[in-house]
Design a protein around this ligand. Sequence first.
Ligand code: DON
Length: 304
Amino acid sequence: MLNYQSILSEIESEVNYLKGVGNVAAYIPELANVSQDHFGISLILLNGENHNVGQTHQKFSIQSISKVFSLALAFSIQGEKLWRRVGVEPSGNPFNSIVQLEYEKGIPRNPFVNAGALVTADILVSSYDHPKKEFLEFVRSFCGDNSIDFNEKVAQSEFDCGWKNAALANMLKSHGNLKNTIDEVLDFYVHQCSIEMTCLQLAQSFLPFANQNCEINGEVVLTKSELKRINAIMLSCGFYDESGEFAFSVGLPGKSGVGGGIAAIHPLHYAVATWSPRLNEKGNSVIGMKALELLTTKTGISIF
Ligand code: DON
């Protein structure tokens, strides 16, 4: 039997040397208001047993990790039709790059680059009278916690400064791959990114992906095959132009966010979430990446 609690404690002390490395995201000004050297890690086994070390009860902005939930909801609504509007290939480019979108005529490489997430946001805006409310309910039910909420200040801060996302939305619109107005889609997108969770809540909300079973109120929301596909996209695209590195050094499907969070799963074993706000140049948490590498090294288990 693995002693996860002591493994997580070892990890906490072994990542200490990285404190102070990297920078917090400041291109969304409100995100810079964070204690830069926090670290937390929560791991939940399929039976609900959880292990926590560090700042695991402090909320942070999940940012791009929300793209997993928006993909899940859009996929559950659209089924295979979704893949007519967004691809499933790694981009090899930064998360907010626009060049590939122009070459590829408005079809984003995958649902996790910003352009792809704007398309899934557009689908959700089209699908509901109150899309933000419905999305929040969906995320709350994944987490089993009704206290999950948007951070309006963070959403507004990104809306006010999100010039690249506005450019991507305009490019998508020019290719006919956004049905709603640019402002409606951006408003939804900045809200989904502004959702706050603790490490423990984030790990909890990734359990359905680890469990390969996603039922809400007794109803199957995503089939086993749909969950497999989302996990595959997490593995190949979850860290943008560092997805290969994450698969190489960690070996788990996962998703990062510029708030410094990373969620990852070991199918049929556990879900894990880390938070440490300083990012590397690719926009991924420096300490989070190292902590997860140590986790799969120390446990000796990954998907490979
Ligand atoms: O669109 C943005 O730039 C942010 N709301 C989210 C980017 C993000 O989290 C990238 N992930 N590492």
